[in-house]
Write a protein that binds this ligand. Structure first.
Ligand SMILES: [Zn+2]
Length: 477
């Protein structure tokens, strides 16, 4: 979601007319009203239309554009500044702070990555780097993941300053690059290492689980992501002296490897319950109902309940939420069709449960294979061991309050994300990080990372209101 200017004024005026007609009264603007909404749309559009892919984009440019908005609102250095990791001129980001009145209250950090996944014009129906409104949706790369939230964070700081809001805690903002691409400089990780003061906080909010709509667009649940797993690859390898395939022997590299992989395929890592996944099971159990809902509640109370667990495990999402998982993803073996294999290799991709080390999982894989002929190694370590952030009443309370105000009856449900976000760098650094967007998305998740990424127009403005009120509440706690 980054964009360029382009007939901005006209586009904004035109779009605002559409929006005024299409946004339900329940999401009526607070505080800065319609003018504020028009300004927010301009900012969001500018961000979406600024290409920030690793291949052809420029996060630093997007950060400078957001800096200009904050400057216009009255923020000045050193409370507002660009940071650029050395040797990576286009992978910079933005830092800002609205100072709190209580020197003893630790800050709250609004964190967002402004880079996006690659998007090719020829693959998309519309230009991925134009914010297009159509049929009640905004289309464009990053409209959902996660320029909408980055825009809302910037908008929050502008509004708070305009209102003369004096929070008890300081409210910090960090817009970063490099979340979406392995091998890029990860801005959140870089800040924690090099400019810790700028992001130090009692806790941080970032992307995570969006709020959930059903297929009819009805709001099902507000989600808060409280933990996530770490991706880790392992290499299984067998080498052998080989020989002529006309005279096979039992000691065969492929057979050794296949047996080891087979044992992994049948293995279930033990269920682990923490606040995040227990809360999800309990919260969603009543919404889902029936046999599955009852089984979810039963497992939340007793993970040893094998009958209930078998029902829950039929859902791949729930299955992954409950434990470490490992799966074979690549295989290569042999060098000739008429020769006994000299080498056989498999990649095993594990998604490691919070708090578990890659070495512990390796030990389990070695034990499982039970075959010294199969050598196993950790391929590369992606990040530090994930530590779940505790879901305290201090964190959940304000989310529940604002959700109740805006959408009475919609439950707040915590979750554990089998994928990963920048929380994987923040939590080990001692900054508990929670994923919450307040944006209600369709069951297809708006096809983030995929083609024709989109988000409901209604959700954008409601989410903006939600995040504005939420941060305000936290800031005065
Ligand atoms: Zn993202």
């Amino acid at each position: 979601m980054r964009t360029t200017f382009m007939c901005r004024v006209l586009a904004v005026v035109a779009a605002s007319i559409v929006l005024l007609a299409s946004v339900p009264t329940r999401a009526a603007p607070n505080a800065t009203g319609d003018a504020g909404r028009v300004r927010f749309l301009a900012l969001y559009k500018e961000l979406v239309e600024t290409n920030t892919t690793l291949s052809a984009g420029d996060c630093t440019l997007a950060a400078r554009r957001m800096e200009a908005h904050l400057k216009a609102a009255g923020y000045v250095a050193p409370d507002l500044r660009i940071f650029v990791p050395e040797g990576h001129p286009k992978e910079g980001g933005l830092l800002a702070v609205l100072h709190g009145t209580d020197p003893n209250a630790k800050a709250i950090l609004m964190l967002a990555h402004i880079d996006v996944v690659e998007a090719r014009r020829e693959d998309w129906t519309r230009d991925p780097f134009k914010l297009v409104e159509e049929g009640g949706y905004y289309y464009g790369r990053g409209t959902s993941d996660m320029k909408v939230q980055a825009a809302a964070w910037v908008d929050n700081l502008i509004r708070y300053r305009e209102e003369g809001f004096r929070p008890k805690r300081s409210i910090k903002l960090a817009l970063t690059c490099g979340e979406e691409t392995n091998g890029a400089v990860n801005g959140a990780e870089w800040l924690v290492k090099h400019q810790r003061d700028a992001v130090d906080a009692a806790f941080a909010l970032t992307e995570g689980m969006d709020a959930e709509l059903d297929a009819q667009g009805k709001r099902i649940a507000m989600h808060v992501l409280a933990a996530e797993k770490v991706s880790q690859n392992y290499t299984f390898e067998v080498t052998n002296r080989g020989g002529h395939s006309s005279r096979p022997v039992p000691d065969n590299a492929i057979y050794h490897l296949v047996r080891a992989v087979e044992r992994v395929s049948h293995y279930e890592f033990p269920v682990q319950l923490i606040d995040a996944n227990r809360g999800y099971l309990l919260g969603m159990s009543t919404i889902i109902g029936g046999e599955k809902g009852a089984a979810m509640a039963a497992v939340a109370h007793n993970p040893e309940d094998a009958v209930a667990l078998a029902v829950v495990d039929r859902d791949p999402n729930l299955h992954a939420m409950l434990r470490t998982t490992c799966v074979a993803t690549m295989l290569s073996a042999g060098h000739a069709t008429n020769a006994l294999p000299q080498r056989a290799r498999a990649n095993i991709n594990c998604r490691i449960f919070p708090g578990v080390t890659p070495e512990a999982v390796l030990g389990e894989l070695v034990r499982l294979a039970g075959d010294p002929a199969v050598s196993m190694s950790i391929s590369e370590v992606r990040g530090p061991v994930a530590q779940p952030a505790p879901l305290t009443p201090q964190i959940l309370g304000p989310i529940e309050t604002v959700t109740r105000e805006l959408w009475p009856g919609v439950p707040v449900i915590a979750g554990l994300e089998p994928g990963a976000s920048d929380a994987q760098f923040m939590n080990p650094a001692g900054i508990p990080t929670y994923g919450i967007s307040g944006m209600f998305v369709d069951p297809d998740n708006g096809n983030i990372h995929g083609l024709n990424e989109r988000i409901r127009v209604r959700s954008v403005y409601e989410g903006r209101t939600f995040l504005y009120r939420l941060v305000k509440l936290y800031a005065n706690e």
